[in-house]
Design a protein. Structure first.
Length: 485
């Protein structure tokens, strides 16, 4: 896998995986060169997105707060963690390192982890030592840093180049030189990095702080057993939560409602929305059926609403004209979009979020690979314009798998004049085609049926039913692939 960026109208490799690097791919070479190096090997190419990587790194830093109290992202691909006081929780530093490496490995990442008494030493050992998991004892910083290259001090490229010109390649070489000479020739920043790595100077990080999700609650004086009172309270809390979201210019994507019951375990109700919303009427329409069916036990003592997942909403200025409140929003499609989102949310709550799916086009000429289904609750990136869709007539019902059919044709490569499908015989009165769809010769990561050329025909039987059938050119077999409803 390689990530590419556009530079001077050329596709340049910005990042590559370990397997690609082992085969000879390097950052900065053209994509054409990389393909030539990896000839005969399947290659996945994706655009390089530094802003997306930065956002993902911050999200990973928030995730790592479960392992350490202070975590800061270290772009482009690192985390700095202050684990002071965490040793009693893990037993020793080695178990702490192993635990974190195993947890991040389960996320699909391969990480190099080092623990030391300074951030600079841990950073250097994690990136430049031979061990993927290292623990440097207090007082052993000089010994651990001595064999490492000078780049491990986090110095700029110009300083590193100047050091290499005079034959200084290892950090141990710097330790042997007088500090005054280093400052006079290479500046004070080099000494600062050395002191930070050895612990002579304190280094602080800018940690990620967890953001408390918007929440409202109501604690009753005593257990409440009347459903009407509970419903009124939930409605009022929904209005209060919507007010908080309005001040944040955000909308809720996932809403958690907790009912603390007397002498019974707390009851949790979850509402998921397809897009951010703070419309009280819409939220209440989703909450009301859930609240009406809750089991209150011996009474409810507390109700809490928390917007665990939120999303930004476009700012809408409110104006007052003719004594009536109205929005200055000029987008005529906004009300229609909101209405469609509310319909999707209602269907998802009734049918289930995983049973309510939407379809997005995929750039593929193969009919079964030209779209992708996913839950309507999943956040998707922009899918591009309709030019990605093949500009050809396609059936409204596409079978999950092509089904074999028996066919009679007047000519070997001509359209069918009769066919039998699912035990029924059809006399063909009209046939349009053929439309030839080629095989996927450039990839091996597809099903065997994708490696055969097909001749598709749109045929109509005597009952007026339009079917989409095709013939495999190599094997001569016929299949039904869809129909027009």
């Amino acid at each position: 896998m390689v990530l590419v960026k556009i530079a001077a109208a050329r596709q340049i490799v910005a990042r590559c995986c370990e397997r690609s690097a082992a085969a000879g791919v390097r950052e900065g070479m053209t994509l054409t060169h990389a393909r030539a190096v990896l000839v005969g090997t399947p290659l996945r190419v994706h655009p390089y997105d530094p802003l997306g990587d930065e956002a993902a790194l911050k999200a990973l830093a928030r995730w790592a707060l479960r392992c350490a109290p202070l975590v800061a992202p270290d772009p482009p691909d690192g985390l700095l963690m202050d684990v002071s006081g965490c040793r009693p929780l893990y037993g020793n530093e080695q178990r702490l390192v192993n635990t974190f490496a195993d947890r991040i490995g389960r996320l699909g990442f391969r990480a190099r982890v080092a623990c030391a008494s300074t951030f600079g030493c841990a950073w250097a050992v994690a990136r430049f030592s031979d061990q993927e998991r290292s623990v440097i004892a207090h007082g052993q910083e000089h010994q651990a840093l001595t064999p490492l290259p000078i780049e491990a001090l986090r110095i700029d490229e110009d300083t590193a180049a100047a050091l290499l010109e005079v034959g200084i390649e290892r950090i141990g070489h710097l330790f042997a030189l007088p500090r005054r000479e280093l400052v006079a020739r290479f500046g004070s920043h080099l000494l600062l990095r050395m002191d930070q790595a050895t612990g002579e100077t304190i280094e602080v990080i800018q940690p990620q702080h967890p953001v408390e999700p918007p929440s409202v609650q109501r604690v009753f004086d005593g257990p409440v057993t009347q459903l009407e009172a509970v419903m009124r309270t939930v409605r009022k809390l929904t209005e209060d939560l919507a007010g908080k979201l309005q001040r944040l210019e955000s909308g809720v994507r996932r809403l958690d409602i907790v009912f603390d019951r007397l002498n019974v375990a707390a009851l949790r109700v979850l509402i998921t929305l397809s897009r951010p919303s703070r419309d009280v009427k819409h939220l209440w329409s989703l909450l009301k059926p859930k609240v009406e069916t809750i089991h209150m036990g011996f009474g409810i003592e507390r109700i809490a609403l928390t917007a665990t997942v939120v999303g930004r909403l476009r700012h809408e200025q409110i104006e007052q004209a003719d004594g009536q409140w109205r929005s200055s929003e000029s987008d005529d499609d906004a009300p229609a979009d909101r209405a469609f989102g509310e319909l999707i949310d209602t269907l998802a709550q009734r049918l289930g979020p995983h049973r309510t799916v939407c379809v997005h086009p995929v750039e593929s000429h193969l009919p079964e690979r030209s779209f992708r289904q996913h839950s309507v609750m999943q956040t998707q990136r922009a899918q591009g314009d309709a030019k990605q869709i093949t500009a050809s007539d396609r059936p409204s019902i596409l079978l999950e798998r092509p089904e074999p059919i028996d066919v009679m044709a007047i000519t070997p490569e001509g359209p069918p004049s009769w066919l039998r499908w699912r035990g029924e015989e059809h006399r063909i009165v009209t046939a349009i085609g053929p439309e030839r769809i080629g095989n996927v010769w450039w990839s091996t990561d597809v099903s065997p049926t994708c490696h055969s050329q097909r001749d598709y025909f749109k045929v109509q039987d005597g009952a007026g039913r339009w079917l989409w059938v095709y013939r495999e050119r190599e094997a001569g077999r016929w299949f039904a692939h869809g129909e027009w409803a």
